[in-house]
Write a protein that binds this ligand. Structure first.
Ligand SMILES: *[C@@H]1O[C@H](CO)[C@@H](O)[C@H](O)[C@H]1NC(C)=O
Ligand SMILES: *[C@@H]1O[C@H](CO)[C@@H](O)[C@H](O)[C@H]1NC(C)=O
Ligand SMILES: *[C@@H]1O[C@H](CO)[C@@H](O)[C@H](O)[C@H]1NC(C)=O
Ligand SMILES: *[C@@H]1O[C@H](CO)[C@@H](O)[C@H](O)[C@H]1NC(C)=O
Ligand SMILES: *[C@@H]1O[C@H](CO)[C@@H](O)[C@H](O)[C@H]1NC(C)=O
Ligand SMILES: *[C@@H]1O[C@H](CO)[C@@H](O)[C@H](O)[C@H]1NC(C)=O
Length: 600
């Protein structure tokens, strides 16, 4: 919606405000404890505009889920049979009675049909309303909250209500109680004077990796390049062929901009054939991609450089999603961000063609997302899988904890008001419909000590994980971390890749950078090459990967069996033989995975 429609809407509202319907009895829908680490600055300004997103139930979603289960099960005859945009939308459409009931409620508040923005399937309605209006619709009070550490400001509430007759017609409304943000993983970032501005040294010395038997330049133990990852993950001689059909997407949030000049320097340094090639930029919800060198983002540069460098010449798209909708500026509310993934999902699901592989290196503690909202967003990722896209998310950089390096602000505490100490899984990595990528380091590879892992408190363990995860749980000494994690939850990560000492170009300089932020685009780039191989062979893209990954029982992966990822004052879990909650099944062996992928 453009600012002019906002203006139009406000006029409509002020004219019809006087005629709004008599208040109907409200029923409490959600109430959360006062959010940890957020300071209440007082009432939100009544004219501050909130884009209320109303989720209508999707009664046919179980059918979509069944379809997805079949199309991603390598043993099913319908493996790889993905759905079109139109087919998906049929499965997402709400009941006609729901559409009517919600419209009637909105009309009663003076909000006319033309002021409602509907998603293509009609399962989301967005209305931009002033705080005062939202407060009367939801029987609540919005307040301004400031994050105690990073200073972010949100306009949110700790509870909201809806008329009882909307039970079954409205699933949830946000932004109300959601305090999650798209945080980039806490990338360990070093400007190392000894590496800065130096060129890569040619190296003759080689390391032979036990297990896979591949040989890798000895320099790769200290500096990771595109060539290192192709050697290590056995993809050195692969040449992409399906470049007219296959594509990779990298997402950016928080005004992280991917710089074209940095990419050219990186290509000259590591992928000379790619010099002078670039990527598409798609701006969503007011996102930008400012090319002033000092505005380049380390996260965006990292994602683009390794995601594209490895999969070159596969075409790439950078999605820059903004979080700040147009609103009436007010001294008290300098910023107010929307929940970012729904904005991105709205956009991407409305496209006829979607890149077959997409990586995201952002996330937040699962507990900052209201559970019903996490489920709804997770469904959106399932829909992308059903459309045939493989989604990678970094698993987080805090081991079993939230990754905050300062123990005083570490939130291994539950935020439900009871302040228990618990391991803190990350979201969206904890959504079973994404592939969560953890981290390794060095050659031979061991688990990197910050690799995010653990068990969801929201999502139960999916069936495809049952064997692998129960085997791991049985191997734990009895009583290990009892009460600190949910042994029945969706376990993360699924896989891993190198996560430290990546050489990128950032603001014109060669620097080293690390984090599962590096693992996710790297793993995704190899998935893009797998999709290339399948598409070139006349097959469909891989789509939702996890059922296939777990069915392989370790085949096609380099098992990581050393290292652990501490957190919350514990040593965390160990990397072990087979799947583990530090490195998943391990790192990819592209050569093997390609042959496997071509067999289905
Ligand atoms: C590297 O180059 C940048 C940009 O030219 C410069 O600011 C920086 O001082 C250089 N660093 C070293 C260690 O020479
Ligand atoms: C790679 O570096 C690690 C950490 O310094 C070291 O333990 C390992 O032995 C090195 N690998 C080789 C093959 O030298
Ligand atoms: C890249 O483009 C520049 C400017 O057009 C040109 O001078 C250079 O030769 C090109 N380099 C390659 C490797 O194509
Ligand atoms: C890009 O950022 C620079 C530096 O912050 C600013 O001066 C410039 O106006 C921005 N450009 C655009 C197109 O927003
Ligand atoms: C939990 O911690 C918060 C913030 O530190 C504190 O205000 C609250 O009283 C604590 N609650 C309990 C039950 O200990
Ligand atoms: C990790 O391995 C160490 C060394 O073998 C062992 O002492 C420890 O109990 C293991 N931790 C867990 C959580 O399994």
């Amino acid at each position: 919606m453009r600012p002019h429609s906002l203006f139009h809407f406000l006029v409509t509202l002020s004219l019809s405000g006087a005629t709004s319907a008599a208040p109907s009895p409200l029923k409490l829908r959600q109430s959360i404890a006062s959010p940890r680490n957020w300071v209440d600055l007082g009432r939100a300004p009544p004219m501050h505009i909130i884009p209320l997103r109303i989720a209508l139930p999707r009664p046919r979603f179980p059918e979509l889920e069944k379809h997805l289960a079949e199309a991603s099960d390598p043993f099913h005859e319908r493996y790889g049979d993905h759905l079109s945009k139109e087919e998906v939308e049929e499965f997402l459409a709400p009941h006609a009675s729901t559409i009517d009931a919600v419209q009637e409620w909105l009309n009663g508040h003076g909000i006319q049909e033309e002021a409602c923005h509907r998603s293509p399937a009609g399962d989301w309605i967005t209305v931009r309303v002033p705080v005062s209006q939202a407060e009367s619709m939801l029987g609540t009070e919005f307040r301004v909250w400031k994050h105690a550490q990073d200073g972010d400001v949100l306009v949110r509430t700790t509870e909201y209500s809806l008329p009882a007759h909307l039970d079954g017609h409205v699933e949830l409304i946000q932004p109300t109680t959601a305090f999650n943000r798209a945080k980039r993983q806490r990338t360990s970032f070093r400007f190392s004077p000894t590496l800065e501005n130096t060129s890569l040294l040619p190296s003759d010395a080689k390391i032979t990796v036990p297990g896979s038997g591949v040989t890798v330049d000895a320099s790769c133990n200290k500096t990771i390049t595109v060539s290192c990852l192709k050697q290590l993950y056995n993809a050195e001689n692969y040449i992409p062929h399906a470049v007219n059909e296959n594509a990779i997407g990298l997402t950016g949030y928080l005004e992280q901009f991917a710089n074209f000049a940095d990419l050219q320097q990186f290509y000259a340094d590591q992928v000379p054939n790619a010099v002078n090639t670039s990527f598409d930029v798609v701006l969503i919800n007011g996102g930008l991609n400012n090319q002033t060198l000092s505005e380049a983002g380390a996260e965006a540069d990292l994602d683009i450089q390794f995601g594209l460098g490895i999969s070159f010449p596969t075409p790439g798209t950078f999605y820059s999603t903004g979080g700040q909708p147009p609103f009436i500026p007010d001294a008290d509310t300098p910023t107010d961000t929307n929940e970012p993934y729904t904005e991105w999902l709205d956009f991407i699901l409305a496209q006829k063609h979607i890149p077959q592989t997409i990586s995201t290196s952002y996330g937040d503690d699962e507990q900052t997302v209201p559970e019903d909202f996490a489920r709804r967003v997770c469904q959106g990722f399932a829909v992308l899988g059903a459309r045939g896209t493989s989604l990678m998310f970094s698993s987080g950089d805090g081991g079993v904890g939230d990754g905050n390096p300062d123990p005083a602000t570490q939130t291994c505490f539950t935020n439900d008001g009871t302040n228990q100490t618990k391991f803190i899984p990350g979201f969206p990595a904890s959504c079973p419909f994404v592939t969560a990528v953890g981290g390794t380091v060095h050659i031979p590879e061991v688990a990197v000590d910050f690799s995010g892992g653990g068990f969801s408190n929201f999502f139960p363990r999916p069936i495809w994980q049952d064997l692998a995860v129960t085997k791991f749980l049985k191997s734990l000494p009895k009583g290990t971390y009892a009460g600190l994690f949910n042994p029945n939850g969706r376990a993360i990560p699924d896989v891993s890749a190198q996560a430290d000492f990546f050489r990128i170009f950032f603001q014109g300089r060669a620097v080293h950078i690390g984090g599962t932020s590096a693992s996710s685009p790297s793993f995704a780039a190899f998935v893009a090459l797998l999709n290339d191989a399948r598409i070139a062979a006349g097959k469909s893209s891989l789509g939702f990967l996890n059922p296939l990954i777990y069915a392989l029982n370790g085949n096609g992966f380099n098992d990581i069996t050393a290292g652990n990822a501490p957190g919350c004052g514990t040593p965390g879990f160990n990397a072990t033989a087979g799947w583990d909650p530090v490195t998943g099944w391990g790192t990819p062996d592209f050569g093997k995975l390609k042959n496997i992928a071509l067999g289905y």
